[in-house]
Design a protein around this ligand. Structure first.
Ligand code: ZN
Length: 340
């Protein structure tokens, strides 16, 4: 199928599960009740996407509080009780982060429940997101390894373990989220890509990397405004990604200042093109989505284009996110009719 639609990963959580319209939202229940609420919300996320005409579904990241720390919660060697303030993404914002205090090891499965719940309730393709190694080490404080690269590879091994298990659960696409790639560009070709390949090693399902300019929160919008008229970060990292074993690259297209001719640097890769802006509440139209697809088509062959959202929708209002998903499904359908 041409132009299959997916989303970056996260969807807003229902208010009975967690505090709405916020990142790092506190849960509304605990224990067995929380586990049931997460399962119900996952089921709802699947249904909403199916109804919207999304082809490659996610579980909406309903069972994790944050896209990085959701993974860390099941990792041994991390002290969540004594968080410290750290500047992350090169000091773009301050966050209270847990500390790595001992060798890292998985306590067990991290995302089995939500992956299996989603798998049991849809016959469509399922994509599952995990944080990439570079983004992970940029979101925790190191009190043990004393070396960024060493810690990144330690995380990559754990990610690989969970990714293989997710594949066995029936996941069709594993996507690693690496917003840090747009910040530490020199390190990407130096070791970032290698760490990512380590995380994806041995997978036979499709593999993807999502590299965005962040959620639509104020710190990110301010940062984007400071990046100048053209955002050329991708230019520095795409050549290394093109040479890597990762098959798909998810990037921001709509309303970004990324010159789309940079996509030529991803020759051979599937491009998950962001056609939905997550930094505003204006609902895209199928027509506007087709226009974005046409712009991407100048540089990427049509059989290698997947439509997605620029980034996750976790902090958005639910009604807005649902309307945007509906637009995405309708836009993909129209693109198939017009450009197929
Ligand atoms: Zn993102």
């Amino acid at each position: 199928m041409l132009f299959p639609a997916t989303n970056a990963g996260s969807l807003p959580k229902p208010e009975w599960l967690a505090e709405p319209n916020t990142l790092w939202a506190p849960w509304k229940s605990s224990g067995a009740e929380l586990a049931r609420a997460k399962r119900d919300a996952t089921l709802l996320a699947v249904k909403i996407q199916e109804d919207a005409g999304i082809d490659i579904l996610t579980e909406g990241e309903q069972a994790r509080q944050h896209f990085v720390h959701g993974f860390l919660e099941n990792v041994e060697g991390i002290d969540f009780a004594h968080r410290v303030e750290m500047g992350i993404r090169n000091d773009r914002y301050k966050a209270m982060v847990p500390q790595v205090v001992a060798p890292l090891r998985l306590k067990g499965r991290v995302h089995a429940d939500e992956a299996r719940t989603a798998r049991a309730h849809t016959t469509r393709q399922l994509k599952f997101t995990l944080p990439g190694p570079m983004t992970l080490i940029d979101t925790v404080a190191d009190r043990h390894y004393g070396d960024r690269v060493k810690m990144a590879f330690a995380f990559a091994e754990l990610l690989n373990e969970e990714a293989k298990a997710l594949q066995a659960d029936g996941v069709d696409v594993i996507q690693f989220d690496e917003p840090a790639f747009n910040v530490y560009m020199a390190e990407v070709s130096d070791w970032g890509i290698k760490a990512l390949e380590r995380a994806a090693q041995g997978l036979t399902c499709a593999t993807a990397v999502h590299i965005c300019y962040g959620y639509g929160i104020k710190a990110n919008i301010d940062w984007k405004n400071a990046l100048g008229a053209e955002w050329r970060q991708y230019e520095q990292i795409f050549p290394a990604i093109a040479k890597s074993a990762i098959q798909q690259v998810a990037i921001e297209c709509v309303n970004s200042r990324v010159p789309l001719d940079l996509l030529k640097l991803l020759d051979g890769k599937v491009v998950q093109a962001g056609v939905i802006d997550v930094a505003n509440d204006t609902i895209e139209t199928p027509e506007s989505i087709v226009k974005t697809v046409e712009a991407v088509l100048k540089f990427v062959p049509k059989e290698r284009i997947v439509l997605t959202t620029n980034c996750g929708m976790a902090p958005m209002r639910r009604d807005i996110a649902e309307a945007k998903l509906n637009a995405l499904g309708a836009g993909a359908k129209l693109a198939r009719q017009r450009l197929g």
